[in-house]
Ligand binder design. Structure first.
Ligand SMILES: *[C@@H]1O[C@H](CO)[C@@H](O)[C@H](O)[C@H]1NC(C)=O
Ligand SMILES: *[C@@H]1O[C@H](CO)[C@@H](O)[C@H](O)[C@H]1NC(C)=O
Length: 327
């Protein structure tokens, strides 16, 4: 019965909205203090590993299942761009702000863009249920059954790569970004990716960092010598936003199966790129720091970091309403 269906739908929305309100007032300040310790790695290396074992048994098998999925999202029409947004369960308002601003899949009439939020499994069953309900409303959430935590961000990115390789292999480009990033979609699509030109292959760009491991245990980016003995990382793009041709998704995912996992997802993707012989391009439009809002400045960027949901709306509204103004 249509009335029953819509009644259920309304109930779901109301329930979801009130839960969202509840969370927005009770949300603890996000802080990673206390999660700095590097988890002990299981070094279950058998002494009797043969050559054939090394070849056939992945070092990092990524043996997870999709528990929330959108397997048909690409079926009707190959998208030009898939945007993968790393997010956590409680960031309901950040996801909603993105849906209503730059992540709106219907922004361009002639360019097909898909927006997907990436999550693992929370240890709190209520949060998992809320995310499932949110997914039933918006159909833009993908969850695998690994434990969602800061130290598992690499698994989240690899899940996104796997999703593109499995369900959307004919997409042209992919962007991986975070839930506190403002993306200037016009610049990303028309200035950088240029839909009228031949799609690139083995292409990777963002804010390139040439750095080395931080050995200070108090740092959010601490890396132990045990896990990464070298003093330099290969060039990598800041995880706040990087863009690549869709063929790279499968290449990275497959390379990761034979590459020891590191918890810093952007560094890890850099390691996979080096193995693949793909060099990330520097692009000054990707800002991995916060940048005060000004219309003319934001018109020149591709990404800006540390944008709250409220700012996201304000920036979007201002830019949308001033399209006629010149800088
Ligand atoms: C390795 O293989 C040898 C001979 O096949 C066997 O005696 C030994 O117990 C094995 N060691 C391990 C750690 O499995
Ligand atoms: C990462 O996910 C795996 C698989 O679910 C889990 O065993 C592990 O405890 C998680 N690590 C952290 C640091 O949460």
């Amino acid at each position: 019965m249509p009335s029953k269906v819509s009644c259920l739908y309304v109930l779901t929305v109301v329930c979801w909205a009130s839960a969202l309100w509840y969370l927005s007032i009770s949300r603890p300040s996000s802080s990673y203090v206390g999660q700095l310790a590097v988890p002990a790695r299981k070094t279950a290396k058998s002494k009797n590993v043969t050559f054939s074992n090394i070849r056939t048994r992945p070092l990092n098998p990524h043996a997870f299942d999709f528990v929330v999925n959108e397997p048909k999202k690409c079926e009707a029409d190959d998208p030009f761009l898939v945007i993968l947004i790393s997010t956590t369960h409680k960031e309901f308002d950040a996801r909603q702000a993105i849906r209503e601003t730059w992540g709106d899949e219907s922004t361009f009439a002639d360019i097909r863009v898909i927006t997907l939020f990436l999550l693992g499994k929370n240890t709190d069953a209520v949060l998992n249920q809320m995310v499932e309900q949110e997914s039933q409303i918006f159909h833009d959430i993908v969850v695998e059954d690994f434990v969602d935590s800061y130290h598992n961000l690499t698994l989240k990115t690899l899940m996104g790569m796997r999703w593109v390789a499995t369900y959307c292999p004919k997409a042209k480009y992919v962007m991986k970004t975070d839930s506190d990033i403002f993306v200037n979609m016009d610049n990303l699509v028309y200035k950088l990716l240029k839909p009228t030109t031949k799609p690139r292959r083995r292409y990777f760009t963002g804010y390139v960092i040439n750095g080395g491991p931080i050995r200070d245990m108090r740092s959010k980016w601490y890396m132990s010598r045990d896990l990464y003995p070298d003093s330099k990382y290969p060039p990598f793009c800041s995880g706040t936003g990087y863009v690549f041709s869709a063929d790279v998704a499968e290449l990275i995912y497959k390379t990761s199966l034979h590459t020891r996992l590191l918890h810093l997802e952007d560094v890890y993707v850099g390691l996979c790129l080096r193995k693949l012989g793909i060099h990330p391009f520097q692009n000054s439009g990707f800002n991995h720091w916060k940048m005060a809002y000004s219309l003319c400045r934001y018109r020149r960027v591709i990404t800006v970091h540390q944008i709250s949901p409220e700012e996201m709306h304000r920036i979007w509204n201002d830019m949308s309403s001033k399209k006629h103004l010149r800088c």
